[in-house]
Design a protein around this ligand. Structure first.
Ligand SMILES: C[S@@+](CC[C@H](N)C(=O)[O-])C[C@H]1O[C@@H](n2cnc3c(N)ncnc32)[C@H](O)[C@@H]1O
Length: 235
């Protein structure tokens, strides 16, 4: 992923991430005045802007990328921003952990979720929005090399949370289709927000790949996204 290089453009271009952040925010508690909260992989603040309204006793929005943190701070200057590696999550204990459009990138989610659990105080909760299997299938089904990480289904994620020491309180999924003029435009939009791995195909392979994605269909080329929101409590 190249989020660090794309930080200035991310906020305007991240259409599906914005939809998912707004949808996930419906599950943020109303009264957070007694709670200490941490957001991981906050990016430019699409989910943060909802958290910022809840009046937490303490709230810190974090990201691994210094340019994302800089963008976030610029957009939401009243929020306390900082750099933090979400996979390790080395922090003082908090009551709530939030993340949106981050966790699907974790190559070892079991370890990550155990670290999140350990960062929570007794009774602490996580609210996570992430993309699950079925997302970008128009690309991933054509060539397995397209997927930068193994897509996991809702049930696989629920099992990961439970194995890490959480009880699942509720979960829900949604499906969206985003239309583009062509597979090339769709891929460009992923590049624009940095949601791609380092180059895995040569230019010739990429051209062949995009041609096979077209499947002779007229535009628009629709790209599937499947997102899950899940709220869990530390066991
Ligand atoms: C798709 S963006 C999501 C940003 C924001 N939460 C949103 O909903 O728009 C993923 C973010 O996770 C950050 N990220 C990736 N790996 C990370 C890690 N190990 N620790 C913290 N942040 C990470 C990236 O820098 C990027 O800002």
């Amino acid at each position: 992923m190249r989020f660090d290089q794309k930080a200035p453009r991310y906020h305007e271009k991240a259409d599906i991430q914005k939809i998912v952040a707004d949808w996930g925010s419906e599950w943020i508690e109303r009264d957070c005045g007694d709670l200490r909260a941490l957001e991981l992989g906050a990016g430019t603040g699409l989910f943060t802007r909802h958290l910022a309204l809840r009046g937490f006793r303490e709230f810190r929005a974090t990201d691994l990328s210094s340019s994302m943190v800089q963008e976030g701070r610029h957009r939401l200057p009243l929020v306390d921003w900082g750099e933090l590696d979400a996979w390790r999550c080395e922090t003082d204990p908090v009551d709530r952990i939030y993340s949106s459009s981050l966790l699907q990138w974790a190559l070892e989610p079991e370890d990550v979720l155990k670290n999140w659990r350990n960062a929570l105080a007794a009774g602490g909760k996580v609210l996570v929005c992430l993309f699950v299997k079925g997302s970008l299938s128009e690309f991933a089904d054509v060539d397995a090399r397209f997927a930068a990480f193994p897509w996991r289904s809702e049930s696989e994620w629920i099992a990961r949370f439970e194995e890490a020491g959480f009880d699942v309180l509720r979960n829900e999924t949604r499906s969206d289709l985003i239309a583009f003029d062509s597979p090339r435009e769709a891929l460009r939009s992923l590049h624009d927000i940095g949601a791609v791995e380092e180059r895995r195909m040569s230019a010739a392979e990429l051209r062949r790949f995009l041609r096979s994605c077209e499947r002779g269909e007229e535009s628009p080329f629709e790209v599937s996204w499947k997102a899950m929101k899940i709220e869990c409590v530390r066991r």
